[in-house]
Design a protein around this ligand. Structure first.
Ligand code: PGA
Length: 237
């Protein structure tokens, strides 16, 4: 794993933006994998600036998000579709038809998972995947105990994850109990991965991910086995 240590949150966003821009400028029709959450927000802001400056375009890109809540409509402010539209897509030249999230409103959620996975594979797998990490080591919504072989699937969110994410909702009762997420196998098929880890509360888990045992109890530890992972972090570990 390639580890890039930066000074602070702002420097992390700049470095992440630079890596992202490099991919967009050097890949003819990039297949992107994108994350939501607080960590990549600054990067998305800077990408919008790069687009406005004419440095990058998303017009030939396909973008697949890691995950989506079950039961939230795309216009629900806590849905990940809403996040992507407002923090990136509404401000750049992505075409709506080229941006994908698992459909958490699908009547048949199992079928939706199969379709989403197939769509990624038919696109040729992800060229560049942006990841954040949960305090419990989850990537996407792959909670501890998820099989390393997993493909896009339905998950029951842990209480910890629901508590951590309650800040995006009016109350914890409104946080969905389920989500759809790319699996760890899907993630490992990405050609290049950029993991963003920011803030003290992630220190313990980052140490485990880099130096600990590769175990399904720490989902992100599987990244030790990926040939092209860059971790950008403001933590000295
Ligand atoms: P965060 O979320 O960027 O808001 O910390 C990361 C995650 O839970 O995957």
């Amino acid at each position: 794993m390639n580890i890039i240590k930066v000074e602070n949150k702002e420097a992390l966003s700049i470095k992440a933006k630079e890596m992202f821009v490099d991919v967009l400028q050097n890949t003819v029709a990039p297949i992107l994998g994108l994350a939501t959450g607080s960590t990549p927000e600054g990067m998305y802001k800077l990408l919008i600036e790069s687009y406005q400056n004419g440095d990058i375009s998303f017009k030939n890109a396909l973008a697949f998000n890691l995950d989506e809540y079950v039961g939230l409509a795309p216009d629900h402010p806590a849905s990940y579709r809403y996040y992507m539209q407002h923090k990136l897509y509404n401000h750049v030249d992505t075409k709506r038809m080229n941006t994908f999230l698992p459909n958490g409103l699908a009547e048949d959620l199992d079928a939706e998972c199969i379709t989403y996975e197939k769509h990624i594979q038919e696109a040729g797998n992800l060229d560049f995947l942006v990841l954040g990490i949960g305090e419990n080591g989850h990537i996407g919504f792959n909670e501890p105990g998820t099989s390393f072989e997993s493909r896009t699937h339905i998950v029951t969110l842990t209480e910890n994850t629901r508590e951590v994410n309650a800040r995006f909702f009016d109350s914890i009762d409104e946080v969905p109990t389920e989500a759809l997420t790319m699996g760890l196998g899907t993630i490992m098929d990405a050609k290049q991965i950029m993991l963003l880890v920011q803030g003290e509360r992630k220190r313990e888990i980052l140490k485990k991910v880099i130096y600990g045992e590769v175990t399904e109890e720490v989902p992100a530890s599987i990244l030790q086995k990926h040939p092209n992972v860059t971790i950008i972090t403001d933590l000295d570990v």
